[in-house]
Write a protein that binds this ligand. Structure first.
Ligand code: THU
Length: 148
């Protein structure tokens, strides 16, 4: 079980920045990197992968999740996300899109799962998934409340 220490957050941030270098963005030029932490301390990286049919684009966060889930991971604690236009020098906080928040809700505990949005190693904002996706629709939402 990993505790989300400052050291671990910084490791995630560094890995999000290195993952960003793998971005495939011939259309938007907006490069995103993500680093996803499992409860037992493993880190999976992802980048955005664009497509000429724009809707087929995969965000960095989902690349990280899908890589991890393929490897058998199901339990996650945190994700760091960085993004900026290729030509820009400065980072702004890069919030995850709605589809990625929904994927986080599938695998993270909303009150616990931490979303770290860095501009640099020292300057980052943190939110829980509950804050960024309140009242989320999950598998539990489809369970019958009536005794069968
Ligand atoms: N993008 C991400 O990778 N993650 C997000 O949460 C927001 C958007 C990517 C998709 C596309 O390649 C580019 O940023 C511009 O939308």
């Amino acid at each position: 079980m990993s505790k989300l220490t400052v050291e671990l957050k910084k490791e995630l941030i560094k890995k999000a920045f290195s993952a960003q270098k793998r971005a495939y963005t011939p259309y938007s030029g907006f490069q995103v990197g993500a680093a996803l932490l499992t409860r037992d301390g493993k880190i999976y990286e992802g980048c955005n992968i664009e497509n000429a049919s724009y809707g087929a684009t995969n965000c960095a966060e989902r690349t990280a999740f899908f890589r991890a889930v393929y490897e058998g991971e199901r339990d996650f604690l945190a994700i760091a996300i960085v993004g900026k236009p290729e030509k820009s020098e400065e980072y702004e906080y890069c919030a995850p899109c709605g589809i990625c928040r929904q994927v986080m809700a599938e695998f993270g505990v909303p009150e616990e799962f931490q979303i770290i949005l860095p501009r640099s190693l020292e300057d980052y904002k943190e939110f829980t998934l509950e804050e960024l996706l309140p009242l989320s629709f999950t598998g539990d939402s489809m369970k019958s409340k009536t005794p069968q």
